[in-house]
Design a protein around this ligand. Structure first.
Ligand code: SF4
Length: 459
C-alpha cells in the first residue's frame, strides 16, 4: 500500500475556489424535475451567478426565479417577497413543482420560510381552487456552511421527504441519485440500467433539461419548459423502488431517508473506471436480483482491450494532478491506478469521510505515494505543482491558466468546462465513459509528449 500525504491549505483565505455555495446545487437539482422552477429567496446576484455558470457550461438557458431581497427585507424580513413571488410563479407558469431555495441573507435574518410557504399555499388554494396543483418544496441551503454538493444533497432529500408516497406495490425500478454530473453521464447510466433489463427513477434527471433539442412548435413559439426531467409522480413512486444508488456521497442523506422510511436499501457508488463500474453493476445485480448481460460485458471488454493497447505504451508511470468534485476525483484517481499512472495530487474543495475512505482504496492501488488535498483550492495546487510538476492535469476549465503558466497539458472533465464545446454530452462514467476518458488522456499525452514539434521525451 502506498502512502497518503495530506497537504493542508495552510491559510484561511480561499484563492481560486473549487466549490461554490449551497444554493447552486439546489437550483441544479430542481431543474432536473419536469416542469419545475426554483425560486431563490435572496438577492438577485444569488440567482444571476448560477444562471450564468449553468449557461456557460451547458449552453442552455436556466429558468430561475428570485425574490429579490433588498435592504428593507434585511430589516423587516422577506415575507411579502416570498409569498408574492411563489404566487406569481404558480399563476403565470403553472409549474408542477416550485423549489424554494434559501440563501445567506434569508437564513441569517431568520425568515420563517415554511410559514410563508404555508400562507402562499393557502392563498393559492383559495384563489385557484382545484386548479392549484403545484407542489411546493422548501429547500434549506444556508450558504455560509459547506458547498454546492451539500446544497444538491439537501434538495434531493427535501424532494424525497416532501414527495415520496407511502409504500404500495414494488415498481421494479432502481432510484439513482447521479450528483452534479453531465447529461452524457446520466444518459450512460440509463443506458447501462436498460441493458440490464431494468428501469430507473433518476433523482433528479438533468440530462434533457440541460441538453434539449431546438424544436420550435407549429406556432413558432419555444415551449417554456424544456423536455424531460424526472416527473413529480416518479419521485412520489421512489418509495416503491428496489433500492437507491447514490453516485455522490452527498446523496446519502436522501438515500438513507428512503431506507429508513420505506425500507428501500441505500448504496453509494460512483461508476468511474473499471473496478468502480464493476462494483456499480454488482450493486445493481444484488438490489434487483438481475444477471449481467452480454452487451455490458462487451462494453467492459472494449475498455479492457483499449487499456491493454494504450496504458503500458504511453501512460505507464505518468503522474497526474486531479482536481474538482470529490466523487469524480476519487473515481478518476482509481482509474489512473488501473492505467498504471500515478495520481500524484488529488485536490478537492471539500472534505468528507466517504472521500477519505475512497482515497484509502486509491492509495492501496497506487504504485507511488498520493498527495491528498482535501478542503483546498486551485492556488494551493498550483503552488505544489511549482515545486513538483506532473505530466498531466485532469479537471475543470478553472485549471486552464495553471496549465498554461506551468506548461502542463490539461484534460478537461467535470464542471465547469466553458472553454471547450460539447463536453457535457460525452460521458466519463460506465465502461463506455471510461473509454472516452482513456482516449482523452492518451491523446493529450500523445500530443504533448510524442509529436515532433514537442518531443519533450528527447529534450
Ligand atoms: S454566497 Fe450567499 S450571497 Fe453569495 S451567491 Fe451564495 S447565497 Fe448568494
Amino acid at each position: 500500500m502506498s502512502e497518503i500525504k495530506v497537504k493542508e491549505r495552510g491559510r484561511e483565505l480561499i484563492v481560486n475556489p473549487l466549490v461554490t455555495c449551497q444554493p447552486f446545487g439546489a437550483m441544479f437539482a430542481t431543474l432536473g424535475i419536469n416542469r419545475a422552477l426554483p425560486i431563490v429567496h435572496g438577492s438577485q446576484g444569488c440567482s444571476t451567478f448560477v444562471r450564468y455558470s449553468l449557461n456557460r457550461h451547458f449552453r442552455e438557458p436556466a429558468e430561475i426565479a428570485v425574490t429579490s431581497l433588498h435592504e428593507d427585507a434585511a430589516v423587516f424580513g422577506g415575507r411579502s417577497n416570498l409569498i408574492n413571488g411563489v404566487k406569481n410563479l404558480v399563476k403565470r407558469f403553472k409549474p408542477d413543482l416550485v423549489g424554494i431555495v434559501t440563501t445567506c441573507s434569508s437564513e441569517i435574518i431568520g425568515d420563517d420560510v415554511e410559514g410563508f410557504m404555508g400562507v402562499a399555499e393557502s392563498e393559492l388554494r383559495e384563489e385557484l381552487g382545484e386548479n392549484f396543483e403545484t407542489r411546493i418544496i422548501y429547500i434549506s441551503t444556508p450558504s455560509f456552511v459547506e458547498n454546492h454538493f451539500r446544497g444538491y444533497g439537501n434538495a434531493i432529500r427535501a424532494f424525497v421527504d416532501g414527495l415520496a408516497d407511502e409504500k404500495t406495490d414494488q415498481n421494479g425500478k432502481l432510484n439513482i441519485i447521479p450528483g452534479i454530473v453531465n447529461p452524457g453521464d446520466i444518459r450512460e447510466i440509463k443506458h447501462i440500467i436498460k441493458l440490464m433489463g431494468l428501469d430507473s427513477i433518476i433523482l433528479t434527471d438533468t440530462s434533457d433539461p440541460f441538453d434539449s433539442p431546438l424544436r420550435p412548435s407549429a406556432t413558432a413559439r419555444m415551449p417554456f419548459y424544456p423536455k424531460g426531467g424526472t416527473g413529480v409522480s416518479e419521485i412520489e413512486d421512489s418509495s416503491n423502488s428496489l433500492g437507491t444508488i447514490s453516485m455522490t456521497m452527498y446523496g446519502a442523506d436522501a438515500a438513507d431517508s428512503l431506507q429508513k422510511r420505506f425500507d428501500v436499501p441505500s448504496e453509494h457508488c460512483m461508476p468511474l473506471g473499471v473496478k468502480n463500474t464493476d462494483e456499480f453493476l454488482r450493486t445493481i445485480m444484488r438490489l434487483a436480483d438481475a444477471d449481467v448481460k452480454d452487451e455490458v460485458l462487451d462494453e467492459r471488454g472494449l475498455l479492457i482491450d483499449s487499456m491493454a493497447d494504450l496504458s503500458s505504451r504511453y501512460l505507464f508511470g505518468r503522474t497526474a494532478a486531479v482536481y474538482g468534485d470529490p466523487d469524480m476525483v476519487a473515481g478518476i484517481s482509481r482509474f489512473l491506478c488501473e492505467l498504471g499512472m500515478v495520481p500524484r495530487y488529488v485536490c478537492t474543495g471539500t472534505d468528507h469521510p466517504a472521500f477519505r475512505d475512497a482515497m484509502k482504496t486509491v492509495a492501496s492501488e497506487s504504485m507511488e505515494h498520493v498527495n491528498l488535498m482535501p478542503d483546498s483550492d486551485l492556488r494551493a495546487l498550483e503552488r505544489e505543482l511549482m515545486e513538483e510538476p506532473v505530466d498531466i492535469l485532469i479537471g475543470n476549465s478553472d485549471g486552464r491558466l495553471i496549465a498554461r503558466d506551468l506548461n502542463i497539458p490539461i484534460v478537461r472533465v467535470g464542471y465547469p468546462v466553458y472553454d471547450r464545446a460539447g463536453y457535457h454530452r460525452i460521458p466519463i462514467v460506465g465502461y463506455r465513459g471510461g473509454l472516452n476518458l482513456l482516449n482523452r488522456i492518451t491523446n493529450t499525452v500523445l500530443r504533448e509528449y510524442y509529436e515532433p514539434e514537442h518531443w519533450k521525451l528527447q529534450q
